[in-house]
Design a protein around this ligand. Structure first.
Ligand code: ATP
Length: 261
């Protein structure tokens, strides 16, 4: 992989779920060091796209490459690739019986042979990176929603993955905590030299930190460009999504409505 190789590349990808195509003709390059926002209304296929990047879902057509190589199908090779991909899941996934430090240390214990004092030191560094060093001995129930998200972020960073994927990182957070998380995502990306993909429907909170935005709707990519280009777009589909309008070319609640009618 050269410095110019995109960290993630999708070429003419089709992704199926339950025997039907959810996304078609998806082509996308994520350059090293960038922050890319993948936006789209509920049910548009954001999680499906994520599943393709982490190798949970094999493409029905086209190529999905991470770190310059096709995402492996074989279990061992896939696990190896995943060590390089930090994923912040929607639900945080913290284990309630473990302290903050123990939660953050889990990936290091599972995937390295490092001695305990080294793991402890690395955990301290990760907690410091998210501004929570003082919370090391607390249990998840003692944390606010924003703190818990930051602990989950520290854990996702534990193995120093070059690629971070954030799945709806703002769900359930108030505006202040949301602002903290977004600036943290940006700061970590820039200071640690990461590449970040943020999958979200929170357009307005995400645009200030993103360098590139992709909107998926109606089974494909309907916009790809800078946040400024997104803001200036006159495409009715993009405008409907940005303005949160129920009526327009995006049929995002078509099923619910026809059932309700
Ligand atoms: N395992 C599955 N089997 C069948 N259909 C599925 C499966 N998973 C998702 N789908 C369908 O694929 C489409 C895209 O779903 P997906 O969860 O990727 O959307 P999303 O954009 O992540 O939505 P949200 O923002 O609500 O999480 C939906 O129509 C959904 O019903």
């Amino acid at each position: 992989m050269t410095a110019d190789t995109p960290i993630v590349r999708l070429a003419d990808v089709r992704l199926d779920r339950g025997g039907r195509a959810v996304l078609r003709d998806i082509s996308l390059d994520v350059p090293r060091g960038s922050i890319t926002a993948v936006l789209g209304p509920s049910g548009s296929g954001k999680s499906t796209l994520l599943a393709a990047l982490t190798g949970e879902l094999a493409p029905a057509a086209g190529k999905v490459e991470v770190f310059g190589k096709p995402v492996p199908q074989a279990k061992k090779a896939l696990l190896e690739m995943r060590k390089g991909v930090g994923v912040l899941l929607q639900g945080n996934g913290l284990l309630t019986d473990l302290t903050v430090a123990e939660n953050v240390g889990l990936p290091l214990q599972a995937h390295t042979d490092l001695p305990k004092p080294v793991i402890r030191r690395l955990v301290e560094m990760k907690l410091h990176a998210v501004g929570l060093r003082a919370a090391a001995d607390l249990f998840p129930r003692e944390l606010s929603g924003g703190m818990a998200r930051r602990v989950a972020l520290a854990r996702a960073l534990a193995l120093d993955p070059p690629l971070m994927i954030y799945d709806e990182p703002l769900t359930g957070l108030d505006p202040i905590a949301s602002g903290v998380i977004m600036s943290l995502i940006k700061r970590l990306n820039d200071t640690l030299g990461l590449t970040s993909i943020i999958v979200t429907h929170h357009v307005h909170e995400t645009m200030p930190v993103a360098g590139h935005a992709v909107v998926i709707a109606n089974g494909g990519i309907v916009f790809s460009g800078t946040p400024a280009q997104l803001e200036a777009s006159t495409d009715p589909l993009v405008k409907q999504f940005l303005n949160g309008e129920p009526d327009g070319p995006i049929a995002f609640d078509a099923v619910a409505r026809s059932q309700a009618a």
